[in-house]
Design a protein around this ligand. Structure first.
Ligand SMILES: [Zn+2]
Length: 810
């Protein structure tokens, strides 16, 4: 493995797999909106979203302009086939039938994963040994950096998939082997980046000041810096040894922490009476109890159970219990989290930084922790009054609701963490007639994905061809279709340039959409194979996968997406497209391998399409029109007296958009809690400070101070802040977003600027879409991201659109 992989590898355990982009919000917690992720800019769900805006006074102006956008749809409707079917390989024009590169195989066994990993490591080690045997005089870009970059490229072809099994394989022994293999790779990454003999040659090559093309110059500079950031600026001896030891331990912590999150399998048994309020189809899908649990159902902490419970369960004691257990579901991670922040601080100080945040932010767009702290502080100040106002309205609604139910005695004038999703949902239904279940009827997963792919086709000049049945056998190197996917549910597409773009092959896209035991529990995009130019000057094409957890279809209903899920899906697909259309020379800069505080911007920008009436209309397709069976099932269901329109009615769209910013200050304050907690634990004044920091208390106390929602600390003497360990479920901070969570908020500055400046007036402008593809997405991380923005915007980015969208400008 080479420097670059090293850099990547090191990121991947020490920092993070560059390929994975969970959206913000932490798994657990969250106050945030029932729209789970709302998004305006949004994002996240687990990663998910974020919306900004807010402030009541300004909403009315915004609304007017938004509603002004509601033009009658050009799409009309009414037959089962009005959604253009996806092209399949069999139907595709001949030029799209035979990809020039076979898709990767998923035929590993636990034994082969380890064996292959060892071979990769050995090959890389040989490349490094050869470099180390050069002399400083002869060292140059061509004989030092280039061989390692080529090795790195090739390693990416296998290594990402080796690590991917742990997130998706149905077979536990494969997942475990994948984890073990990744550990080997991580250890090797650390070994490599600590090699002084190789560093000496890189250092010598960098001093040659050769004339290089810009991407190669960047490769040299970044990799040179990577050695220094990994301790080679520290003289050999005990300090450097200690640094190395810390890195190894941090790698182990990262893997263990994520494994605990992935394999979390807890749940609670409830009677149906306790779950009063939950929609029937959620209840129907819960495991039924036997024996001592006879008559009960089991709620897990997976999204499809957890969020509906917090939104719909009428009993506050039930919501409280589920909320607290969810926060406490990964308590074995508590000591690991603490150990990680202490070790990171020690490592940063060994390198001469004031703290871990300074170390992490130095090479980001923000450059210094102060820039980040100022940004978060300013945003907090602007959002705080709106948050207080929102709580007072929600509290009134809570009082009314309890009164209506004859439970006014329970009202204690407090608004709790476990109240928020429930009352936020109720407010949207009551005051904005927003019925998420109704809206979801218009977004069956299958047609919605097709609609999204069509948007990308038109905007970016792409063609998606689904590969099914015999075509899978045909393109598989082994001629066996089952060898080219990791699970039978996985959908596979070949992606092409359209005719106008030259009809060339772009890469492979995989969709793995439903929950399974042992599967990664959120929504994320994974690069499976990077793109690059190989030693012979030939392009290698990328493969990318979306891993999501949408509910499964039933005989009566397809999988229906809530609007926030529509946004999440579009967001993650946005990462996937970034990963596909990128064209860089080196895999190190491919696709989403940009700086962390930029990487979300392209996907956040695309979320705006899911808030544009014409696009929502085009994406929608009432499920009763998708098959005769679903039509019959819909007609049978009790609440369906009227035949629905095929496309989502204007009124529903209008309600949705009107409600976009409701309780948005609270949503964003929640994001700020994550961001400020992240900076707080990574920016201690001294090492002694971080050693004595009470992490759990800091997490819960900051949450209260920032969001103003009450937790169990208000019970008893009011001093107990240790009611749960939310940090133990906060995978971002162990998985690569350490001192980086702010990026979800700050990259919205860029996404808002790009959308308002270029796309808002005409989101489907194909000329601008292609310009965006080639100027921004294609570049990946191969040039300074600020330069990319300047190239696209024609000027430096500004915060104006961001605060305007938030209703906070001026
Ligand atoms: Zn993302």
């Amino acid at each position: 493995m080479t420097v670059s992989t090293l850099v990547l590898r090191i990121r991947s355990s020490f920092q993070y797999p560059p390929t994975l982009h969970p959206s913000p919000i932490s798994s657990s917690s969250i106050l945030a909106s029932p729209r789970l992720l709302k998004l305006a800019f949004t994002a996240a769900f687990l990663f998910v979203s974020i919306t900004l805006i807010l402030a009541s006074g300004r909403i009315s102006t915004r609304l007017t302009s938004l509603v002004g956008h509601l033009t009658p749809s050009k799409l009309s409707s009414a037959t089962f086939t009005s959604v253009r079917p996806l092209t399949t390989a069999t139907m595709a024009p001949a030029r799209y039938r035979n990809p020039p590169q076979a898709p990767p195989k998923f035929t590993a066994t636990p034994g082969s994963l380890i064996e292959d990993t060892k071979k990769l490591i050995e090959r890389s080690r040989n490349v490094q040994d050869a470099v180390a045997n050069l002399t400083k005089d002869s060292a140059s870009f061509d004989n030092v950096l280039l061989p390692m970059a080529h090795d790195d490229n090739e390693m990416g072809i296998e290594a990402h998939i080796i690590g991917f099994y742990q997130a998706v394989s149905p077979d536990k022994s494969l997942r475990d082997a994948s984890t073990d293999a990744e550990k080997l790779l991580d250890d090797f990454g650390i070994e490599s980046i600590m090699r002084e003999d190789v560093f000496n040659m890189v250092d010598a090559a960098s001093k040659k000041d050769e004339k290089l093309d810009p991407e190669s110059a960047r490769l040299l500079e970044k990799n040179h810096k990577a050695y220094i950031r990994n301790g080679l600026g520290v003289p050999a001896g005990p300090k450097r040894d200690r640094f190395k030891e810390i890195k190894k331990r941090l790698s182990e912590i990262g893997i263990q922490f994520q494994k605990t999150l992935n394999e979390e399998n807890g749940g609670l048994w409830f009677t149906l009476e306790e779950l009063d309020g939950l929609p029937k189809d959620i209840l129907d899908n819960l495991e039924k109890g036997q024996g001592e649990n006879e008559g009960k159902v089991r709620l897990t902490f997976k999204y499809p159970d957890y969020f509906p419970t917090m939104k719909y369960a009428k009993r506050a004691d039930v919501r409280q219990k589920v909320f607290l257990e969810n926060e406490n579901k990964c308590n074995s991670n508590v000591p690991l989290f603490r150990e990680a922040i202490v070790l990171r601080d020690e490592a940063a100080r060994i390198l001469g930084y004031e703290n871990h945040a300074q170390f992490r932010i130095e090479d980001k767009m923000a450059k210094t922790p102060k820039t980040v702290d100022d940004f978060l502080g300013d945003l907090r100040e602007r959002l705080a009054p709106g948050g207080v106002q929102e709580i007072s309205k929600l509290l009134k609604l809570k009082e009314e609701d309890l009164k209506n139910r004859g439970q006014e005695k329970e009202f204690d004038n407090r608004y709790y963490l476990w109240d928020h999703r429930f009352y936020d949902r109720l407010m949207l239904e009551k005051d904005y007639s927003l019925d998420h279940e109704k809206i979801a009827e218009y977004f069956p997963l299958g047609t919605t994905i097709r609609g999204m792919l069509h948007i990308f086709e038109e905007l970016f000049g792409l063609a998606f061809v689904e590969i099914t049945g015999e075509d899978r056998d045909r393109i598989s190197e082994t001629k066996k279709s089952s060898d080219i996917v990791w699970h039978e549910d996985v959908q596979l597409f070949s992606v092409w340039d359209d005719e106008g773009e030259g009809s060339g092959f772009v890469g492979y896209l995989y969709l793995d959409l439903h929950p399974r035991e042992g599967k990664y529990g959120h929504a994320a995009n994974f690069n499976l194979q990077p793109g690059y130019i190989n030693e012979n000057g030939k392009r290698r094409y990328p493969a990318t996968a979306l891993v999501c957890n949408f509910s499964k279809p039933t005989p009566k209903k397809p999988s229906l997406l809530k609007h926030d899920e529509v946004v999440t899906l579009f967001h993650e697909l946005g990462h996937g497209i970034h990963d596909l259309v990128s064209r860089t020379t080196y895999s190190q800069f491919h696709g989403t391998n940009t700086v962390r505080d930029f990487v979300e911007a392209p996907s956040q920008m695309l979320e705006n399409w899911c808030w544009t009436p014409s696009q929502l209309k085009a994406l929608s397709h009432h499920y009763s029109y998708t098959s005769p069976e679903y039509k019959a099932a819909y007609e049978e269901s009790a609440d369906s007296k009227d035949k629905p329109e095929e496309r989502i009615p204007d009124e529903l769209i209008s309600n949705l958009i009107k409600a976009k910013h409701v309780n948005d200050a609270l949503f964003n304050l929640r994001q700020l809690h994550f961001g400020i907690f992240d900076m707080t634990v990574h920016e201690p004044k001294s090492h002694a400070d971080v050693e004595k920091l009470d992490v759990t208390e800091t997490y819960n106390r900051l949450r209260k101070e920032i969001s103003k929602l009450d937790g169990p600390e208000v019970f008893g003497d009011g001093k107990n802040w240790k009611w749960a360990n939310g940090e133990a479920t906060f995978g971002h901070l162990i998985g690569g977003y350490d001192a980086g969570y702010y990026g979800y908020l700050s990259s919205q500055v860029y996404s808002a600027d790009m959308f308002y400046t270029v796309f808002k007036a005409d989101p489907m402008n194909a000329t601008e879409g292609r310009r965006y593809r080639h100027t921004v997405l294609e570049r990946g991380g191969s040039q300074d991201e600020m330069q990319t923005l300047v190239d696209f915007l024609g000027r430096k980015p500004s915060t104006e659109a961001f605060y305007k969208e938030l209703g906070l400008s001026g």
